[in-house]
Ligand binder design. Structure first.
Ligand code: HEM
Length: 537
């Protein structure tokens, strides 16, 4: 489709060379052979069997037979659009990332919104977290901010992710229920993994049923690092703030819409962009100096904690506008491969154990989902800057790399790609000083699971609290095992006793009379020694 000139950007120009307009053309095979007939297979006699030599039938059917690829193991149901990110002011005092270092700089982006648990064909207005993944096509390579619409996550360590997802997805013996938040295995996981408390509060809140992708915020969740040209590091958390504000459905609406229009969220995004009513988000950053790492009563590396803005203010650094729908959902939305490890110079990782595991998981799954190691060559995944290295071959390889030598170092030729220094734009990792014992452990500073969950409850208005109680009651009310309901009530007394009592009454559990005592705050500064000590004893 012809796009208005105003939307042209470097990614769009790159994609242009891959767009194919088939309309009005002669029908050919994939070998370019024009065909005289496309409705009848080749037969031995008009009423006879089909012949093996019918290459046209075979090619057409084989391609069809192979049209599906595995859906994403999570975030399978998603919808995406193109747009642009514009930086407000230079952030070069914090990061050398070029796309953030120049006032007014524009960077093409591709954003995919998703639900987490449902399969590719599931309804959209379900109670779930929403994915909010952004690919910035920068001049220094692709930078992916792979976030959610909730600022915290269910678990603290990536090794639990497969367990968590197995608990959330339909139960294996009968593939039910499709609804993520309403079944025994999820709540069984929750009561046995109480680090889930804070994110479960968000999941039971109105934030988990956004009215529109355009009306939800996004969060990078983890602490990352900004590194400036002098090599100084700051911790950073990223947030997207919708300029339309956050708006939710009420549960009754969400359920009815699920039945009447399972495409409700994607239709809204598609239509608004087609109409020129472009959704916008501001990018916010919260910054903590390296020397302040231990200043807070929560651990900066714990993904179940947000950074309260009263303590760590948020600065808005740019605006993103989504202004163009995709031409082909499979080629773009389905084949896009996001990865929290796609970074550019000036952005680095923290030791958040959830983030660390994600850095492995995404490429690993994409090697299967996108069939081998060359999915970076797919049009939607290609960086807009040149890319060169000594990697070769593999399924579906498209580049024709010339020359005899594909290795480093070589005396044959000086033509093979070689690393460049930091001064010339080469990425080098932040040289964090590390010491500690090799342990399978969790820091003591990760063990307060309820303070921020209570903070969340306390920040709610009366109608919002009512919705949370109703959500718990509905979802827990679907649990068949009474001990799971009881366990959940006991757990959530640690968040708020009256809330737990109100839910208990609705789901046939004896209301508790005393509040929980599970709140254990441990300052990160103290816990470091504790981890080493506890491992040593
Ligand atoms: C998708 C793993 C936590 C946001 C995925 C996929 C995997 C995965 C395997 C499918 C990717 C693909 O097929 O292309 C994990 C693991 C996690 C984790 C192992 C924890 C250890 C998180 C967190 C967030 C998040 C904390 C948000 C901050 C997303 C999003 C997608 C996704 C938005 C969909 C990307 C898209 O639209 O293509 N994750 N994830 N994940 N994940 Fe995670």
């Amino acid at each position: 489709t012809k796009q208005p000139e105003v939307n042209k950007n470097s990614k769009d120009e790159q994609l242009e060379q891959y767009r194919v307009d088939d309309s009005g053309k002669s029908l050919t095979t994939n070998q370019g052979l024009k065909m005289a007939e496309d409705e009848f297979s080749l037969k031995a006699g008009e009423r006879g069997p089909t012949l093996l030599e019918d290459f046209h039938f075979r090619e057409k059917m084989t391609h069809f037979d192979h049209e599906r690829i595995p859906e994403r193991v999570v975030h399978a149901r998603g919808y995406a659009a193109h747009g642009v990110f514009e930086t407000y002011d230079s952030l070069e005092h914090l990061t050398k990332a070029k796309f953030l270092s120049e006032k007014g700089k524009k960077t093409p982006v591709f954003v995919r919104f998703s639900t987490v648990a449902g399969s590719k064909g599931s309804a959209e207005t379900v109670r779930d977290l929403r994915g909010f993944a952004t690919k910035f096509y920068t001049e220094e390579g692709n930078y992916d901010l792979v976030g959610n619409n909730v600022p915290v996550f269910f678990i603290q360590d990536a090794i639990k992710f497969p367990d968590f997802v197995h608990a959330v997805k339909p139960e294996p013996h009968n593939e039910m229920p499709q609804a993520a938040s309403a079944h025994d295995t999820l709540w069984d996981f929750v009561i046995n993994n109480q680090e889930t408390a804070h994110t479960m509060m968000w999941l039971m809140s109105d934030r988990a049923i956004p009215r529109s992708f355009r009306m939800m915020d996004g969060f990078g969740v983890h602490a990352f690092r900004f590194i400036n040209a002098e090599g100084k590091s700051h911790f950073v958390k990223f947030s997207w703030k919708s300029t339309l504000g956050t708006h939710s459905l009420v549960w009754d609406e969400a359920q009815k819409i699920s039945g009447k229009d399972p495409d409700f969220n994607r239709r809204d995004l598609y239509d608004s962009i087609e109409q020129g009513d472009f959704p916008e988000w501001e990018l916010g950053v919260q910054i903590v100096a390296e020397e302040d790492e231990y200043k807070f009563d929560f651990d900066l590396l714990d993904a179940t904690k947000l950074w309260p803005q009263e303590e760590i203010p948020m600065q808005m650094v740019g605006k993103m506008t989504l202004n163009r729908n995709v031409d082909n959902v499979f080629a773009e939305t389905e084949q896009v491969a996001f990865h929290p490890g796609h970074v550019v110079p000036g952005i680095d990782f923290s030791n958040d154990p959830l983030l660390q595991g994600r850095l492995f998981s995404y490429t690993d799954t994409q090697l299967l989902r996108l069939n081998g190691p060359n999915f970076h060559e797919l049009p939607i995944n290609r960086p807009v800057c040149p890319f060169h290295n000594n990697q070769r071959d593999g399924f579906g390889r498209q580049s024709i790399n010339k020359g005899r030598v594909a290795y480093q170092k070589s005396s044959f030729t000086n033509n093979t790609p070689a690393p460049v220094s930091e001064a010339e734009g080469g990425y080098s990792h932040y040289q964090e000083k590390m010491e500690g014992r090799k342990v399978r452990a969790r820091s003591e500073s990760f063990k307060d699971h309820f303070s921020q969950a209570t903070m969340f409850w306390n920040s709610m208005t009366e109608p919002e609290r009512k919705h949370i109680i109703e959500a718990f009651s509905f979802e827990l009310g679907k649990c068949q095992e009474i001990w799971i309901r009881e366990g959940a009530i006991e757990m959530f007394t640690n968040v708020n006793l009256e809330m737990a009592q109100a839910i208990a009454k609705n789901i046939g559990v004896t209301p508790p009379t005393t509040g929980g005592s599970a709140v254990t705050k441990v300052s990160p500064a103290l816990s470091i020694d504790n981890t080493i000590k506890s491992a040593a004893t």
